[in-house]
Design a binder for this molecule. Sequence first.
Ligand SMILES: *Cc1c(COP(=O)(O)O)cnc(C)c1O
Length: 341
Amino acid sequence: MEKKNLDWANLGFNYMTTDYRYVSNYKDGKWDDGAIVTDSTVTLNECAGVFQYSQSCFEGLKAYTTEDGHIVCFRPDLNASRMKDSCERLEMPVFPEDRFVEAVEQVVKANAAWVPPFGSGATLYIRPYMIATNAVIGVKPADEYQFRILVTPVGPYFKGGAKPITIRVSDFDRAAPHGTGHIKAGLNYAMSLHAIVDAHAKGFDENMYLDPATRTYVEETGGANFIFITKDGKFVTPKSDSILPSITRRSLMVVAEKYLNMPVEHRQVKFSEVKDFEECGLCGTAAVISPIGKIVDHGEEICIPSGMEEMGPYTRKLYDTLTGIQMGEIEGPEGWVHTIM
Ligand SMILES: *Cc1c(COP(=O)(O)O)cnc(C)c1O
């Protein structure tokens, strides 16, 4: 298989049309067999449920090449089960979890020429998603759906290393109490777009959202969970039913405890505690960990002791260990690295 002739190391985080995508349709109460197709367009009725009442959810994971030349992805079974949770909350039909993983394998294999080579820092971003496809005008769930997986090569999230970022405490919420914050619904992102555009306009990289009911506990950002390190080397990460359960964060909890012997606390984190932490970061599939250097709360600055120059030492160890496991340089727990070919 010959690789595409791309400048792998200089790819951005942008969509590029690749050769194949996976499509399966749900009709009359069942999913069809699904297939790999070449058409990158979707044609729908003007009144499709996704356009009217936003029945849409998605996942995100990456495939990459290991040093020994295999193409692998990371814990796709967790993406499958998280999408199941999203579908159930949105009254959408679940795409069977085993079929989800098989579809990821099929679409990555078909697009093997688009999987960036080892060492380039680039990866093949995989975006499974589901939309309501039949016409719906009275408010109710649709009865027909499409499950689709597109893939697109993306560059290293941080070119030239991860620099600590500055975030602000947002006056907007990304989720409602007892709402949909814990599932990966497109509608959560629609709600956060104004907040992120406003944050960028004011010179901040991201928003820190507090719990929408009381504004006293830390939740997450628009697309990544928080991790904190205490002065005595404890790993602390916020717990709330409106936080999206990040697979990266769940993996880092295991890395901290089992690989780095750090005590792990998954609990409510008061915003008033944040000033006492030694290191702080955001975690998600795209960047793995982005270190945070400064948090601004309505003009009041909290400077994280690890500073604005580089990741703190614990964050660095967490980052190196998790990416080492992902790349096959460190033996990971059973089932974490999923070989596709
Ligand atoms: C996808 C997502 C994350 C990160 O989850 P990963 O599984 O680690 O990629 C965090 N927060 C939100 C709101 C998300 O949508």
